[in-house]
Design a protein around this ligand. Structure first.
Ligand SMILES: Cc1ncc(COP(=O)(O)O)c(C=O)c1O
Length: 394
């Protein structure tokens, strides 16, 4: 198995200096101040007029721009190799504002199946009100995507997907979309720009739930989208200000603090995740492990590493509720990307959501269990899993 791909550029090395080094902040502070202010006043009439006319970049009001938030946006843009980025109060705010900025009433989206649950629910429950249709495709199948694309406005990718870990060849798909004038977006929350930089492969807009690895400490809910100046301006003008789901300065400050250790955390999540995934593969109560490390799909070529999130299918002779309940270090919870290990049984989380049938629709086995491997000692984590298997064998 190729634990870490060889790339022309060392994303991890680049991120280390980028995230640990800052220009000088006011008074020589090494950490940016939290601009906990709703508005910014002007010295005189002409300064106000210049700012409103776009001749000055002075912030006006924190629903638009705030210097602490801008610091976070600049870091993520630089990490992603993007010209610009826009922070949001949640990953879902970033996703909905981005989609709605590029797709109008009566238009169509092509999305990968098994995309994040609330993105799916946005597509299934909210967008139909605007007569926006979403076609789901097996994103790992280039022909299936190519067949669905003609006439679409937006291609929505998530590689790998965050429950089944299906990969997409993002370079080929983005090129196909571009030929037809279709905007490509990707949810890059799993890989982060330390392990995947979709913009370098032709993707137009990169979305993140910053609540995951970017923040990394399970203390913040936030989102961000990165892309070209033109595309981010379009989001600003079409949806960002009016939907109003802005990122708060304190959350941005927490995210900047979390980001500084991203290049340290991610390799550790990868190492522990791979150790546990490899042992699960050999365990008698495991049918299969869904981890991109063992995929032969070409979508793997843009991944410089793997995060600590993956799923597996337990055998018929495993009582899944008993397994989940027996775990002590893995807490039962839906988010991921933080310091703590978490477990999600797919059946309890996906099937029980009223009005959603994504499990049946997209062929997710009810025996699927997802692990977020945290930063605890990996042998402690494995001992926890081993005892839970024993207690849950029928
Ligand atoms: C893959 C993925 N994308 C997007 C989101 C949404 O992000 P948020 O919870 O920050 O709105 C999540 C949240 O769990 C997620 O797992």
């Amino acid at each position: 198995m190729n634990e870490r791909m060889t790339f022309d550029r060392d994303y991890l090395a680049e991120a280390q200096t980028l995230l640990a080094h800052d220009e000088r902040f006011p008074e020589g502070a090494v950490v940016p101040p939290i601009y906990q202010t709703s508005l910014f006043t002007f010295a005189d009439y002409s300064e106000m007029a210049d700012t409103f006319a776009g001749r000055s970049t002075q912030p006006i009001y924190s629903r638009g721009n705030n210097p602490t938030v801008m610091e976070f946006e600049a870091k993520v843009a630089a990490l992603e190799g993007a010209e610009a980025a826009r922070g949001f109060s949640s990953g879902m705010a970033a996703i909905s504002a981005t989609v709605l900025a590029f797709v109008g009433a009566g238009e169509r989206i092509v999305a990968v199946r098994n995309c994040y649950g609330d993105a799916y629910r946005l597509f299934e429950r909210f967008l139909p009100r605007m007569n926006i249709k979403v076609d789901y495709v097996d994103g790992s199948d280039i022909d299936a995507v190519a067949a669905a694309l003609p006439g679409a406005k937006l291609l929505y990718l998530e590689s790998p997907t965050s429950m089944m870990f299906e990969l997409q060849d993002i370079e080929t798909l983005a090129a196909l979309a571009r030929q037809q004038g279709i905007v490509t977006t990707i949810d890059n929350s799993y890989a982060t720009p330390v392990f995947q930089k979709p913009i370098l492969h032709g993707v137009d807009l990169v979305l993140h739930s910053a609540s995951k690895y970017l923040g990394g400490h399970s203390d913040t809910v936030a989102g961000i989208v990165a892309g070209s100046e033109d595309n981010i301006r379009r989001i600003n003008e079409q949806t960002y200000s009016y939907l109003g789901a802005k990122l708060s300065p304190f959350e941005a400050w927490l995210l900047l603090r979390g980001l500084r250790t991203l290049p340290l955390r991610l390799p550790q999540h990868m190492k522990s995740g791979l150790t546990i995934a490899e042992r699960l593969k050999c365990h008698a109560q495991v049918e299969r492990v869904n981890h991109p490390a063992w995929s032969n799909h070409p979508g793997k070529k843009t991944l410089a590493g793997y995060a600590g999130l993956f799923s597996f299918e337990a055998t018929e002779d495993t009582d899944i509720p008993a397994f989940v309940d027996a775990l002590k270090l893995f807490k039962i919870g839906v988010s991921w990307g933080g310091h703590e290990s978490l477990v999600v049984p797919a059946k309890a989380s996906l099937e029980q959501t009223p009005g959603t049938n994504s499990m049946a629709r997209f062929n997710v086995s009810p025996r699927t269990i997802r692990f977020n491997v945290g930063l605890e000692n990996v042998e402690d984590l494995w001992a926890d899993i081993a005892q839970a298997f024993e207690k849950s064998r029928k």
